[in-house]
Design a protein around this ligand. Structure first.
Ligand SMILES: [Zn+2]
Length: 274
């Protein structure tokens, strides 16, 4: 192979490919993703039901799709304690080999979301903290979702700062100050997705100004947040190359360099390489 034309595969670190949006054509979605140069896809769970579906998908695409488990903040409601107990039991069974492969690679997606409502604020805080402890217990990284809750999130995380194995602040869309607050946490990276390509986004200026490429991983958040030029349609993992190119342009490096550097970050945080 001509070394100059060598193209390094990239990783979509956050895609809900278990969703019913992909029920009819997941095989095509995976095929297009491979063709586009995506070497692996990581699937976050939102609850117990999605965890089961994700394990199925990751079994069908073993070695390509990798599962996480966790209770999404918007799924935290009364009764969440029992869900967490069951989820934790399954997580430990999975990691110990008592249940078949594939193995969970992260705790997620977990976090806080006060965008729509603070109705279950106390429950969300407790559920998040409990799952932060799972991450410390299992040494699996956290896949963190945070909307309109950065102060509360940092308050909880900072109590465990020295024990945390690392993770991703997924779908980062904040400003420089918010980015720097996250980067205080060693072995944590920012998950950058389709929003970075939106015309209205300030990420193309803010990220190169204060976030080294060594602290970024690529993601789609499929089926949401489709990047330009696919805005408004169902997002899929193949489109992560548009995020890769956007980062290459705003950091003034080649797409190849973005691939190599973000892959190194994925390896550091998740212990997984393409
Ligand atoms: Zn998500």
């Amino acid at each position: 192979m001509d070394i100059k034309n060598k193209k390094t595969m990239i990783i979509d670190t956050h895609a809900h490919l278990d969703g019913e949006e992909f029920r009819d054509d997941l095989h095509e979605v995976i095929r297009r993703s491979k063709e586009a140069g995506v070497g692996k896809v990581f699937l976050p769970a939102i609850d117990l039901f999605s965890t089961d579906n994700i394990l199925k998908v990751c079994k069908d695409y073993a070695g390509y799709c990798h599962p996480m488990t966790g209770l999404h903040p918007e799924e935290v409601k009364p009764g969440y304690g029992e869900v967490l107990t069951e989820m934790h039991r399954r997580l430990l069974d999975n990691l110990s080999g008592r249940t078949p492969e594939p193995r969970f690679i992260a705790v997620g997606e977990v976090g806080l979301d006060f965008y729509w409502s603070r109705e279950f604020q106390e429950e969300q805080l407790k559920a998040f903290e409990e799952q932060v402890r799972w991450s410390i217990e299992t040494r699996l990284p956290l896949m963190i979702h945070c909307r309109k809750a950065q102060n509360e999130l940092l308050h909880i995380l900072s109590q465990y700062k020295d024990e945390l194995p690392g993770g991703v602040f997924h779908c980062f869309t904040g400003n420089q100050k918010e980015a720097l607050a996250y980067l205080e946490f060693g072995n944590f990276v920012l998950g950058i997705g389709g929003v970075s390509t939106f015309k209205s986004s300030h990420l193309r200026e803010d990220l190169p100004a204060c976030v080294p490429l060594d602290r970024i991983v690529l993601e789609t958040d499929s089926p949401y947040m489709a990047p330009v030029p696919h805005r408004g349609v169902r997002n899929e993992s193949a489109f992560v190359v548009n995020v890769q190119q956007t980062l290459a342009d705003c950091y003034g490096v080649s797409a190849e360099e973005v691939a190599v550097r973000t892959n190194a970050n994925v390896l550091r945080v998740f212990g997984i390489s393409v």
